[in-house]
Design a binder for this molecule. Structure first.
Ligand SMILES: [Zn+2]
Length: 274
């Protein structure tokens, strides 16, 4: 199914300016919301049930997983949880490298999305993919430490830390741990500059709901275009986070994996998708 070529490997390792592209400007100026939407990814019904753990052991990914940048040369990644530029303010447990690991089915679906965007001069920028259970546990430890409010102004200025769990911004399990869920945005293909979506990635706030009435028409249109292209590629969108999408026909709908985010977790040789 996959083959390795030097050109592909080289291209896959190149990242360019998009890797360090700045986030869109802060949230749109807006008055406080009248109501608060319930729960983001945490509230997916399928996350309420299902066995824990992977079928190959927690240290190794099933053969169905690929590294996106090797499977899809030229794809843009900025894996925030591998560094300190995220709502916890520190690298997150389980992210040994800034890599997007995904099921091959999800990677193929992202290829379809990129093809649909190419004619418009747009591309995708991927922020997060497979997320080990230990990373989700680290989020919960961060949430429980009420003395740590270093990132509040940037990431959750309107939702008290004590309510992030209750209001569904954080949860004990994430669809990302099943390997077919991605967080991403649209960028201009030439510059790599992200489109203005009305909030930065991971802004824990009602403003991040895709249909928030508080964003401008232009920001809403950008969210809608992302939603449309991902829908056509086979992904369902979250109700409360414009950046979050899950493959509808995911190969591991009930399995929450815990192998580290590292190329060494993969059991299959790297190579581009045919
Ligand atoms: Zn997500």
């Amino acid at each position: 199914m996959r083959r390795l070529t030097a050109a592909v490997l080289f291209a896959g390792l190149m990242c360019g300016a998009a890797c360090s592209a700045p986030s869109p400007s802060g949230p749109a100026a807006a008055s406080p919301p009248a109501g608060r939407s319930p729960a983001p990814e945490a509230a997916e019904p399928s996350e309420a049930a299902g066995p824990e753990g992977g079928r190959r052991g927690d240290g190794e990914a099933p053969a169905e997983f690929v590294a996106l940048r090797e499977a899809v040369p030229g794809v843009r990644e900025d894996i925030r949880y591998a560094g300190a530029d995220n709502f916890t303010g520190m690298p997150v447990d389980g992210y040994q490298e800034p890599a997007c690991l995904l099921t091959e089915d999800a990677a193929r679906a992202l290829v379809r999305a990129r093809e649909a965007l190419a004619g418009e001069g747009l591309d995708l920028l991927v922020y997060d993919c497979y997320r080990p259970r230990r990373a989700v546990a680290a989020f919960l430890r961060w949430a429980a430490d009420l003395s740590d409010t270093r990132t509040r102004e940037e990431y959750y200025p309107r939702v008290p830390k004590t309510r992030l769990f209750e209001e569904g911004y954080l949860a004990e399990r994430s669809g990302h741990s099943r390997g077919s869920t991605v967080d991403l945005t649209l960028v201009r293909a030439d510059s790599g500059r992200p489109l203005d979506m009305g909030t930065p990635y991971d802004f824990l706030d009602p403003l991040s709901a895709p249909d928030s009435p508080e964003v401008t028409a232009r920001q809403r249109a950008a969210r809608d275009r992302l939603g449309e292209v991902m829908d056509a590629a086979g992904f369902g969108r979250a109700r409360t986070e414009w950046w979050h999408f899950t493959l509808r026909e995911e190969p591991f709908p009930e399995t929450y994996f815990d192998f580290p985010v590292a190329l060494s977790s993969l059991s299959s040789p790297p190579g581009a998708l045919d």
